[in-house]
Design a binder for this molecule. Structure first.
Ligand code: NAD
Ligand code: TYD
Length: 339
């Protein structure tokens, strides 16, 4: 079995690459990643020399690159993580999000049609459903909740989802989609809430909380996301969407206070800043379908996961310090430029 993992040098993709290599030592894993600011080969350094793993630098929206890869490697399964993933950046520069998240998905699926595939899996997000009000804790996103995206990021992911389902209906492409809640854990890029707050708190820098910090996110430890995708690509029903989440809702302020407590840092570091435009209030996933159909349950509770994550950032300072000081961007040239 050959799996093509796009975006495998990013946060969740890299965790997934490692998860698959460990669980299926006889699978060949190919990673295609453009190494944008969010891609980091240092994250994959422990699997780079594995004979069953191959890294290729390239853009999913480049047809020539993608077709060549399919021609040479003939993947059986494609798991598409590659994306521009940060809402705040999408507000600054929407176009890049459309190019990667929509056109990139189309190019990958056209390659799947041309060369044949057992499964194309699209890694999507609960953000395609828009948001829920804070005063209705009884409401959750199900797979039937209408698409109602708020940001250029979520609109681009929603567009890609529609395209994936259209390719199934029109061309009979064997697709699945997963829509997951906010992930956290090792190798999370320190522009996102949890790693940003951990790394800034360690440096005793102010922690910028948007608005009043009352927005709610449903947090899932990254390994639980990987196990869900593993189940979907092997046992999921073609043409179906699966929501992934573990009922770990927290306000942003709660999350930041938990991090400060774990690090023994003062709450005086919290600084309330101007809110994000169009800021979604609450995300909350109903994971009944994936539990009932595929038997998936998350293993890591938030209290445990946040401790694991803080410990990881304490023990892997060089990983995020290289990001903060920009060194990671020259790593590819230094390590692989002459290979
Ligand atoms: P990330 O930003 O950490 O990583 C994205 C990766 O994609 C990077 O390695 C980057 O170099 C690569 N990439 C970007 N543009 C590319 C292109 N044109 N061609 C090839 N590679 C490209 O993102 P993440 O947090 O790991 O998210 C991965 C996927 O999961 C995304 O599709 C995202 O929408 C989805 N998702 C993320 C979360 C979350 O909480 N982070 C939750 C649900 C879904
Ligand atoms: P983020 O990690 O960007 O994920 P998403 O917007 O995709 O949910 O942000 C999580 C929450 O944290 C979101 O409500 C915005 C908020 N936030 C802050 O309050 N301060 C920050 O510096 C960042 C990056 C996010």
């Amino acid at each position: 079995m050959t799996i093509l993992v796009t975006g495998g040098a990013g946060f969740i993709g890299a965790n997934f690459v490692k998860y698959i290599i460990k669980k299926y030592p006889n699978y060949k894993v190919i990673c295609l990643d453009a190494l944008t600011y969010a891609g980091n080969l240092e994250t994959l350094s422990d699997v780079m020399d594995n004979p069953m793993f191959k890294f290729m630098k390239g853009n999913i929206a480049c047809q020539e690159t993608v077709y060549q890869l399919f021609e040479n490697e003939k993947p059986d399964i494609v798991v598409n993580f590659a994306a521009e993933s940060h809402v705040d950046r999408s507000i600054e520069n929407p176009r890049l999000f459309l190019e990667t998240n929509i056109i990139g998905t189309q190019v990958l699926m056209d390659a799947c049609r041309k060369y044949g595939i057992k499964r194309f899996h699209q890694v999507s997000t609960d953000e395609v459903y828009g948001d829920l009000p804070l005063d209705r804790p009884d409401l959750f996103f199900t797979e039937d909740t209408p698409i109602h995206a708020s940001s250029p990021y979520s609109a681009s992911k929603a567009s890609a989802d529609l395209l994936v389902l259209a390719y199934h209906r029109t061309y009979n492409l064997p697709v699945t989609i997963s829509r997951c809640s906010n992930n956290y854990g090792p190798y999370h890029f320190p522009e996102k809430l949890i790693p940003l707050m951990i790394t800034r708190a360690l440096a005793d820098q102010p922690l910028p909380v948007y608005g009043k910090g009352e927005n709610v996110r449903d947090w899932l430890y990254v390994e639980d996301h990987c196990s869900a995708i593993d189940l979907i690509i092997h046992n999921g029903c073609v043409g179906e969407v699966y929501n992934i989440g573990g009922h770990n809702e927290r306000t942003n302020l709660d999350v930041v206070k938990t991090i400060l407590k774990t690090l023994d840092k003062p709450e005086s570091l919290i600084t309330f800043v101007t809110d994000r435009p169009g800021h979604d209030m609450r995300y909350a996933i109903d994971p009944t379908k994936i539990h009932k159909e595929l038997g998936w349950l998350p293993k890591t509770k938030f209290e445990e996961g946040i401790k694991l994550t803080v410990t990881w950032y304490l023990q892997n300072r060089s990983w995020w310090e290289h990001i903060v000081n920009g060194e990671y961007q020259s790593y590819y040239e230094k390590m692989y430029g002459n290979r």
